[in-house]
Design a protein around this ligand. Structure first.
Ligand code: SAM
Length: 346
């Protein structure tokens, strides 16, 4: 998140302009949206769009609960929408400066989000994507777009406590400044990667492959915004991949579920191993930790004593207060005194 906030704060396009119009795909509670909005609104012209397939109240609620009235004037959330609705959402002609793709992570969905958004981007827009490291099995959609992208691109890394880069949760940013032809070549390169099942605990139908309707809608959209030869090639690749996938989808479905199970088990083992290593380290160094432990123990006791003393001072204050006041106030102090008596002398 701080990567995106940093871009909104510091990034300048080659003509000196800052990031003004941002589009987030997949908002969930809206925690990222809220931070982007707060940072962006430090500049008057900022505007944030969000879309989420979900319709429930929880989508975007962080923004609606925490943003100010003025900030909300710079925000628009479209629930129950996907990037296929983009033409209805962005009716005006002004282009987007930055997009953040963080919706369905299985391949080819991030690619498809991108195909829908590219016609609405400025020439040198920033394309940001979450989870471009290898995370859960078949969450590789964003990673494929990033890895197969030939052009200016950046990726940040999480650091562990030894400041070593880990491959968890990586945010990526592509600068789309390479012209239409190369951009289309990049999209085609990613499209060629075979599909695998979506991992979904709820809706199994998302593992059945793309529907005819989905492919048809994408095709008619592309025909309006891309060259015919590109549309032909892209539609051909996606339909072929989908056909191949559908021949064996149950295998891929179980493969995905099994990989996910193994992934969770390995994570549990890793965490167990690291806890064991820490315990081993603690035991080995027990004597050298003795001093630290003693100091900690003394500190805990000091705090406990301070707490008792603090409560005793309060107790006497209530004793006095309940003597010099009358009526309801006296009752209140008496009650407080009794509560503290129970606490101190139990
Ligand atoms: C990882 S969460 C988004 C987290 C959010 N960007 C953040 O940083 O706090 C993914 C969200 O994408 C939504 N989603 C899934 N498929 C989608 C699609 N095809 N179009 C739009 N949203 C989708 C889900 O409902 C979910 O809320």
């Amino acid at each position: 998140m701080s990567f995106l906030i940093g871009l909104i704060d510091k990034y300048r396009f080659s003509n000196g302009e800052r990031i003004k119009r941002v589009f987030e795909v997949g908002v969930l509670y809206g925690t990222t949206s809220l931070s982007l909005l707060k940072q962006g609104c430090k500049n008057d012209e900022f505007y944030l769009y969000g879309i989420d397939k979900g319709n429930a109240d929880l989508f975007g609620e962080a923004v609606f609960n925490e943003a100010s009235k003025e900030e909300l004037e710079h925000y628009e959330l479209h629930k129950g929408s996907t990037t296929a609705d983009i033409e209805n959402i962005l009716k005006d002609k002004e282009k987007l400066d930055m997009i953040f793709i963080d919706a369905k992570h299985a391949h080819p969905y991030p690619l498809i989000d991108l195909i829908y958004l590219i016609p609405f981007l400025r020439k040198d827009a920033l394309i940001c994507m979450h989870d471009t490291g290898t995370i859960q099995p078949n969450y590789y959609g964003p990673s494929y777009v990033y890895l197969y992208w030939d052009g200016q691109k950046y990726r940040n890394y999480a650091l562990d406590d030894k400041l070593e880069a880990t491959n968890e949760q990586t945010m990526a940013c592509i600068v789309a400044n390479q012209g239409k032809e190369r951009l289309c070549k990049n999209l085609l390169a990613t499209a060629k990667i075979p599909f695998r099942a979506t991992i979904s605990s709820g809706d199994v139908s998302t593992s059945f492959g793309l529907t005819q309707n989905f492919i048809e809608n994408l095709r008619s959209f592309m025909l309006k915004h891309y060259d015919e030869s590109f549309v032909k090639e892209m539609s051909g690749i996606l339909s072929n991949n989908d056909e191949e996938y559908k021949k064996v989808w149950p295998i891929y479905f179980y493969e995905a579920q099994f990989s996910l199970y193994m992934w969770h088990e390995i994570k549990k083992m890793d965490s167990l191993r690291s806890r064991l290593n820490k315990a081993e380290d603690l035991l080995k160094n027990f004597w050298s930790y003795q001093n630290e432990i003693t100091k900690l123990w003394q500190e805990i006791n000091r705090l406990k004593v301070a707490n008792v003393l603090g409560n005793k001072i309060k107790y006497y204050r209530y004793v006095v207060a309940s003597k010099i006041t009358f009526g309801k106030t006296r009752q209140k102090y008496k009650a407080k005194r009794e509560l503290l008596t129970a606490k101190l002398y139990s």
